[in-house]
Ligand binder design. Structure first.
Ligand code: SAM
Length: 277
């Protein structure tokens, strides 16, 4: 899809881009092709796309994969998406992804292998965290993000940007920045450069319960891990101190000093012998 096609689709359906919904439509066929190549869709793939918009990625993705489902907040796109997705056997759910429950899916047990999104930047972090929670068995995620968000996604321990997003994406799998996309590849063109990243699951060690745990470890970022984790009321100070001792970590440690693997070890000790159900 090029800029001329985007303009003509907007005109045909009487649409315009809503800035408040992060609508910057891809209009560069090379970039669209590169994202689809990266996604490695084939007839065995179940693909979930968040925010199909005018369908720059969806139009081809629906042909490439076995099962294609999209979640779009903006119902104004329904005629367009009906023509290019639903008429070809794909499904579109009109809903805020952040409010999506299992029962909204065509099959509540649906487990996408690939999750694809040119993310609406205003909700990038909550969407990334929710997909890791909702679809723990996902094999690959391909996301377009703002280049400046890479600092948070790839942050290392001890830095200001290090936190739940970098830790949890690290624990989910192997992540990689693939390439940059300039503003001119979108309509309307954003002021920032964007980047495509992939997160590929490694084995099946991921536990979505880590999300809440890591978030509470960072709830009081400036405090010690003991104060932050205990502030939620789920873990006592004594149990956290005992876990730190078992791992030979100082009592005054702050969450930002810990490696992702240390947080997992803390979680395991604190949950040892507990039936989570
Ligand atoms: N995929 C299209 C493309 O690449 O041209 C559109 C990408 S645009 C950056 C983001 C899309 O996400 C828009 O279609 C927007 O309406 C949709 N969106 C925004 N917030 C959303 C939410 N909370 N849940 C689902 N879709 C959302």
């Amino acid at each position: 899809m090029n800029k001329q096609e985007v303009l003509s689709i907007l005109d045909q359906y009487g649409l315009s881009a809503k800035k408040s919904l992060g609508q910057n439509f891809l209009c560069n066929d090379d970039v669209i092709g590169d994202i689809l190549d990266l996604s490695e869709l084939d007839k065995t793939t179940t693909c979930l796309e968040i925010g199909p918009g005018l369908g720059a990625l969806s139009e081809k993705a629906v042909d490439l994969c076995g099962t294609y489902v999209a979640v779009e907040i903006d119902t104004r796109f329904s005629d367009r998406l009906h023509a290019i997705i639903e008429d070809k056997g794909g499904t579109v759910i009109y809903k805020d992804y952040l409010a999506l429950g299992k029962d909204d899916l065509p099959d509540p047990e649906m487990a996408p292998d690939v999750i694809l999104s040119n993310l609406p930047y205003y909700v990038m972090t909550p969407i990334m965290l929710k997909v890791m929670k909702d679809f723990p068995a996902c094999r690959k995620m391909v996301f377009m993000v703002e280049e400046e968000a890479l600092d948070r996604i790839f942050a290392r321990p001890g830095t200001k940007q290090y936190g739940p997003l970098s830790i949890l994406t690290d624990l989910f799998g192997k992540k990689r920045k693939c390439f940059n996309v300039d503003g001119g590849s979108f309509y309307p063109a954003p002021n920032t450069v964007s980047s495509v990243i992939e997160i590929v699951a490694e084995g099946n060690t991921w536990n979505p319960e880590w999300i809440g745990f890591v978030e509470s470890a960072f709830a009081l970022r400036r405090k010690t891990l003991v104060n932050s984790l205990s502030s939620g009321g789920k873990y006592s100070k004594e149990s956290i101190l005992a876990a730190l001792k078992a791992l030979d970590i100082k009592e005054t440690v702050r969450s930002e000093e810990l490696q992702p693997a240390d947080l997992v070890k803390m979680y395991e000790i604190l949950h040892e012998g507990k039936d989570e159900n």
